[in-house]
Design a protein. Structure first.
Length: 277
């Protein structure tokens, strides 16, 4: 039996040999941890609520990520946001089943297209503290500096990867969660570096992203009732800045908006749709 799909972005690396730049083959998947959070958070949230199978074979579920432009008409949305870099014309859906969105800016974008959007905000990555036990993450904890620098995937080339403070966002998901969990400070241009730190109550300073629109950051922060924080231009300046206050946000409304009606408890296997660009 075919199953519904958890849509998330995870393209294969393009191999571009020769001066003509012709694509000869596709390499391994990028595996950016923030994008890999989506299926895992959905899976763990479902189990927390007593179900484990996305049962509707004709529907897509979009959760974590700025992937609204991948939504097809009729898809279910739980916490997804709009990517400010994308041409609005790429959003070709005519209707969506929206349970929650990342923030008010995404809500406004969808409402302007005539789509009903309840005022339930928050990135589901904020639920990691509920969904991962400390004893589970301890198995992935390593000795590391007290400051974790988490670049956005597209900003990674601007960082010295030999610096032990720098966290490669393409690393194993549980290792990155553990690194953030036991840091004293997270300095990040990675949105999900900030979100995971907020979930664990770790102080943060936001780095100015070099490659991303501020739309998704503003959307997220307004969704949790905060203004966009002061931005640091580099990691050393960030460490000298005052960290953002602890996040005062309840995940209950977001978890209550989880589309449990799409699930059954018949089989723990999951259908996943990885979207390449």
């Amino acid at each position: 039996m075919s199953r519904g799909r958890i849509v998330h972005w995870n393209p294969r690396k393009r191999i571009l040999p020769g001066p003509l730049g012709k694509i000869l083959r596709l390499g391994p998947r990028v595996n950016n941890f923030g994008d890999l959070l989506g299926p895992e958070v959905v899976s763990r949230s479902a189990r927390l609520l007593g179900v484990d199978t996305l049962a509707n074979p004709s529907n897509d579920l979009l959760a974590i990520g700025s992937i609204m432009h991948f939504a097809r008409t009729g898809a279910t949305v739980w916490g997804t946001g709009v990517n400010g870099k994308m041409d609005p014309r790429l959003h070709t859906f005519s209707d969506l089943d929206v349970r929650a969105v990342r923030g008010p800016r995404t809500r406004q974008f969808l409402q302007q297209r005539g789509i009903h959007v309840p005022p339930v905000f928050g990135d589901p990555g904020l639920l990691v503290r509920r969904l991962w036990r400390d004893d589970e993450l301890l198995a992935h904890r390593t000795e590391s500096p007290p400051v974790a620098i988490v670049p956005n995937l597209n900003d990674l080339p601007y960082f010295n990867e030999s610096d032990p403070r720098v966290v490669d966002p393409r690393g194993p998901l549980d290792e990155i969660l553990a690194r953030i969990r036991w840091s004293d400070l997270v300095v990040a241009s990675s949105l999900h570096g900030l979100i995971v730190a907020h979930s664990f109550g770790v102080p943060t300073v936001m780095l100015r992203p070099r490659s991303e629109s501020l739309f998704k950051y503003e959307d997220y922060f307004s969704g949790v009732g905060q203004d966009l924080p002061a931005l640091a231009d580099d990691a050393e300046a960030a460490i000298r800045m005052q960290a953002s206050p602890a996040l005062e946000w309840s995940g209950d409304p977001l978890l209550e908006a989880f589309p449990i009606d799409l699930f059954s408890a018949s089989n723990p296997r999951w259908g996943r749709k990885e979207v390449a660009t």
